[in-house]
Design a binder for this molecule. Structure first.
Ligand code: GTP
Length: 541
């Protein structure tokens, strides 16, 4: 049965995708969405039973999102629809076994080197189809996007239909407008029409005029860029359009002395794609805070050993969690008592019993607001990376986590070489662009759970959990090479930059000294001639 299911899977996925396209059409009746939910539901169930649990979970998430879409009004609808489309794009007809493997590799922290992008079925980087008549331009574009981790496949306009089916690209870059609407072009085959609904299209053109832009808009192109092409802008745009910077799952910690209800809420939140952990003993709170690093704490108010107000106070004693929203979830319905409970550092009160959809929305809204507020405080405005204070806090959290679990951890410090010369030669704004390019490269090529910060000026820091020193050195050397190959440009001028890096491993150095040790290794890299990676000596602390 499992073999038969695998054989039928491409068709089932095709039908699921087609049902989604149909549900998206403005003129479709509400039953179209019901039909899609039904298909997702049955695929989730069958996949789970027939040996494809990862596919089952993924499709279940799609089903839950679609259920919420059915119950949602207003602007959130388009966000939900985009999330469903992104998840559907991740379903590859031939991928179930690989999806399992990929999950394992990521869980093992094994996917160390290379891109952090989601790999396709055959382990390749996600593919971009490039329609570009000029071979020289195509080669250069492929090479440059390759540095950012994209696998660019050239394709003639006439091959588009076949290539869409064969490679299932995450986006199309084209030097010509894909005439008459790329989703309804009579010259395109059925697969093109199907995929084009979901595959973003970027037009790159020499023409600035209104008519060309309008024509692109009318064919459903998602973006229109003019030459000379700014590769960093294109890379940014690709990230946005392909959802390649997927939001990390919202992290929620639930404390409820009734283990069964805590587990139930956790299950509901997990069903909506969140990372939710439930504990029933207040004493486990501190450890769980470190493990989950929650963005919201749902807490029962009345508990026998320690009530919610006391537990909230304990959370607030730790400055790392001083601003994490705490929401009491309790059967307490007396408004006055609710308000006085909130006066102790909690932010809100949800009254039990609470419906699943309401719980999910309430949690999502609060975490979204928490994220946007903390981003302002934690992020460096030029690069969007963590600023120095936020990075240092992460060092504290990660070093204590790694010490407890005994897993290796490396801290790297990077500094762009001769940066003053770049500023002096090309001006400060170009210098800023160089800083942004390195930030972009780091973000693209490192794993999602590596922590990247801008430490100041042209200096960057990276914290690499679960990473032995030798592996980190290899990754940093790859990054160094990729950065040195990036074409950077100022008006009419092209130039290259390099960086130096110093690495320190937690195994060999006490956590308080990690940054200073990495900094000393960086200094050594500069002294030895720059454009190199130096690991701090083992055992010197
Ligand atoms: N454009 C730009 N320049 C910055 C920024 N922050 C710091 N700088 C400049 O970065 C330069 C750093 O120069 P130095 O510390 O002398 O080092 P360097 O020229 O990179 O030389 P080495 O590190 O020894 O290879 C200074 O000129 C700073 O003004 C920034 O945000 N944007």
């Amino acid at each position: 049965m499992e073999a038969q299911f695998l054989k039928e899977l491409p068709t089932l996925l095709y039908e699921l995708e087609a049902a989604w396209s149909h549900a998206l059409e403005p003129a479709s009746p509400p039953s179209a969405l019901d039909g899609f939910i039904h298909r997702a539901h049955s695929l989730a169930g069958t996949s789970g039973t027939l040996g494809q649990p990862a596919l089952g979970r993924h499709t279940k998430e799609i089903e839950c999102l679609a259920e919420r879409l059915r119950q949602t009004e207003g602007p959130v609808r388009s966000e939900l629809a985009a999330r469903i489309s992104a998840r559907i794009r991740m379903l590859k007809p031939q991928s179930p076994q690989v999806a399992e493997g990929q999950e394992t590799a990521e869980e093992d922290g094994a996917a160390l080197s290379g891109s952090s992008r989601t790999k396709t079925a055959d382990g390749q980087a996600p593919c971009l189809l490039l329609i570009e008549n000029d071979p020289r331009v195509a080669a250069e574009l492929s090479e440059q996007l390759g540095h950012f981790g994209w696998d660019v496949v050239r394709c003639a306009r006439t091959q588009l239909d076949r290539m869409l089916d064969a490679r299932r690209p995450v986006a199309i870059i084209s030097d010509e407008i894909l005439t008459e609407g790329h989703s309804s072009d009579p010259r395109l085959g059925p697969s093109t029409q199907r995929l084009a609904t979901h595959t973003p299209v970027i037009i790159v053109s020499d023409r600035w005029d209104w008519d060309s832009r309008l024509a692109a808009v009318r064919t459903g192109a998602d973006a229109y860029l003019t030459r000379p092409l700014d590769i960093h802008r294109l890379a940014d745009l690709l990230d946005k359009l392909t959802g390649e910077q997927p939001q990390d799952a919202y992290r929620v910690l639930i404390l409820d002395d009734e283990a069964r209800s805590g587990d139930y809420y956790a299950e509901v939140l997990r069903g909506a794609g969140m990372h939710a952990v439930a504990i029933s003993e207040p004493r486990r709170l501190l450890d769980s805070l470190n493990e989950v690093n929650p963005e919201l704490i749902l807490m029962d108010l009345h508990m026998p050993d320690c009530n919610g107000i006391e537990a909230a106070r304990i959370v607030r004693q730790d400055e790392r969690y001083a601003s994490v929203p705490i929401v009491f979830l309790s059967g307490e319905s007396d408004r006055q008592r609710q308000l006085s409970a909130m006066g102790t550092g909690a932010d809100d009160f949800l009254t039990k019993p609470i419906g699943d959809t309401y719980l999910v929305s309430a949690v999502e809204l609060r975490i979204a607001r928490f994220r946007s507020l903390t981003a302002l405080i934690r992020q460096d405005s030029l690069t969007g990376l963590l600023n120095r204070i936020a990075f240092d806090l992460q060092v504290e959290a990660e070093t204590s986590r790694a010490s407890r679990s005994g897993s290796p951890l490396v801290l790297a410090m990077l500094d762009i070489d001769h940066f003053k010369r770049i500023n002096d030669t090309y001006g400060h704004p170009v210098g800023d662009r160089v800083i942004k390019s390195l930030a972009q490269l780091l973000r693209k090529r490192l794993r999602r759970y590596d922590i990247i910060g801008r430490y100041g000026g042209e200096e960057f820091t990276i914290l690499m959990p679960d990473t032995p020193l030798a592996a980190a050195e290899k990754v940093l050397n790859e990054l160094r090479e990729q950065f040195s190959l990036l074409h950077l440009s100022s008006v009419g001028d092209q130039f290259h930059c390099t960086f130096s890096a110093g690495l320190a491993a937690l195994d060999d150095h006490p956590s308080q000294e990690l940054t200073a040790v990495a900094d000393a290794a960086l200094y050594e890299a500069k002294r030895l001639g720059r454009n190199r990676v130096v690991c701090a000596d083992t055992g010197i602390g």
